[in-house]
Design a protein around this ligand. Structure first.
Ligand code: BGC
Length: 492
């Protein structure tokens, strides 16, 4: 029999924090590119469409990474999957910082994207399976907290390395990703596999040994009984087809649905384009724009910390309704500020910033952490890897669609003659240098209202589909679907 080590209440917090470093990489690698673009654009003399190819390569890598490795994590285990992602992160950071040409950069970004896709489903899944039900929400939300810290660190690293006299400033920005990659790689090496996955492979003794270290002693036998019970029921069923079976349709609808609303309330238009938004409302110069993003990053981190305290206390459903209502309100208000910006004058600037902060704060306490948490909770053990990867894959697909359509939607909803003009320094390949140009940005009022309408639909969807998983064991959630019950009837 394996030697049993003593129960340690804080161990699971340490384990989850180390694994959550995957979130730091996710946030860092998606955020860092915005500050690097102007430099490699000048360095390699690239057109805007080439820039688009480089950014898309990362997103595409993420979709494919999440898609291909879901099943793999059910076969080789959660730990090895995360370790593989860490190796790719480190190599990808070195490769992209070193890239001698734009084409090489496309491959390197695709490669890093692959790791982002893998870690974005395997880390929440790992944490959900290793934490006691009572703390699961808070521990999985550590992943989201590290995403937001990663985004903030990437802005700061962009500020630190940006040197207008050095066109190669983009290289240290991208190399910096090696640091969190190594932390994840080394840290993860020392972490255990999840007890649930081990037991699903018949490695009961190892599973029990880990469980005794992380679960409250009084609850261990019951936890093991429940896990075994669910494993027994799933035996002899082909996993791949199982995830599309009727009894799991609800779980699929929940996972894809929550990611749809997380992305379609337009979060990344604010995260990626906030410098532009701040310039549109009249803050002068690119530097002011970057400081605007840093402020968004700080609000995001602070309110995600708040969410850690709320998620296992007031529960998922309440947080969802409070958060999405706040998001809808601030989107409507932002739209109004832009629609009436000529009347509001200078006050409009501050109102726009204020509502962007309110919007981010409400996102950070709700859809941000809830998306990743819910997808890691709703699938049964046997198909949890592949199920969570479908959730994550939808996240990246929707993210891509929103990013690509944002400016088109602005154009579509701009009333003729209301476009906002800014003067920007843009790279012009024809003259091999930056020139100041007048840019008609359209007016984003209609676009923000459009996202608000999606938020309202999200409230209705949530009423029917969002389950209250607070304090409920993963096995009990599985049993709920098996009995064909409705998501909103799930209770502690
Ligand atoms: C989302 C990302 C977003 C981030 C912002 C995450 O949960 O999936 O798309 O950029 O939150 O904090």
């Amino acid at each position: 029999m394996a030697k049993e080590k003593a129960y340690n209440k804080n161990l699971v917090i340490v384990i989850s924090t180390v694994a959550a470093t995957g979130g730091l990489l996710f946030g860092f690698d998606t955020g860092v590119i915005s500050g690097a673009i102007p430099f490699f654009q000048q360095d390699f003399q690239l057109s805007n469409s080439m820039i688009e190819n480089i950014t898309t390569a990362g997103l595409l890598g993420a979709v494919i990474g999440a898609f291909l490795t879901g099943r793999l994590s059910d076969i080789i285990g959660r730990k090895k999957t995360i370790l593989a992602a860490a190796v790719i992160f480190v190599i990808g950071a070195l490769w992209s910082g070193w890239s001698p040409s734009a084409h090489m950069l496309i491959f390197a970004r695709f490669f890093i994207g692959f790791a982002i896709g893998i870690s974005s489903f395997s880390v929440p899944l790992y944490i959900a399976e290793i934490s006691p039900a009572r703390m699961r929400g808070r521990l999985v939300s550590l992943f989201q907290l590290l995403i937001t810290i990663g985004i903030l660190v990437s802005y700061l690293s962009d500020l630190l390395f940006a040197n207008n006299n050095n066109v190669e400033s983009w290289r240290p920005m991208l190399y910096a990703g090696v640091v969190p990659g190594l932390i994840l790689l080394i840290g993860m090496f020392f972490l255990p596999e999840t007890p649930r996955w081990l037991m699903s492979k018949g490695r009961d003794e190892e599973g029990r040994e880990i469980l005794t270290r992380i679960e409250e002693p009084a609850l261990i036998d019951e936890a093991i009984r429940q896990i075994k019970n669910e494993i027994e029921k799933d035996k002899n069923r082909p996993a791949l087809r199982e995830v599309f079976r009727p009894w799991l349709r609800t779980a699929l609808l929940i996972a894809v649905g929550i990611m749809f609303f997380q992305q379609f309330v337009g979060i990344n238009t604010v995260i990626y384009y906030s410098p532009k938004i701040f310039m549109i409302v009249g803050f002068e110069g690119a530097r002011a724009g970057i400081w605007g993003s840093v402020s968004v990053g700080v609000v995001n981190v602070l309110f995600t910390i708040l969410s850690l305290f709320l998620i296992d206390k007031i529960g998922r459903r309440k947080l969802y309704f409070i958060g999405v209502s706040g998001i809808v309100f601030s989107l409507l208000a932002l739209g109004a500020v832009f629609a009436f910006h000529t009347v509001l004058g200078d006050m409009g600037k501050w109102m726009a910033i204020g509502f962007v902060w309110i919007y981010i704060a409400f996102f950070a306490i709700s859809l941000g952490p809830l998306g990743w948490l819910i997808i890691s909770e709703v699938f049964p053990l046997r198909v949890r890897g592949i199920g969570t990867s479908i959730g994550s894959l939808s996240n990246w697909l929707f993210n891509g669609v929103v990013a690509f359509t944002f400016f088109k939607i602005i154009k579509l909803f701009t009333v003729h003659g209301t476009g906002i003009i800014t003067h920007e320094r843009l790279y012009d390949p024809a003259v091999h240098g930056f020139v100041t140009k007048a840019v008609d940005n359209g007016n984003p009022a209609g676009a923000f209202w459009f996202y608000a309408v999606i938020g309202i639909i999200g409230l209705i969807w949530g009423y029917f589909y969002l389950p209250e998983t607070k304090g409920v064991s993963l096995e009990k959630i599985e049993e709920h679907w098996r009995q064909g019950k409705k998501p909103r009837d799930l209770k502690e």
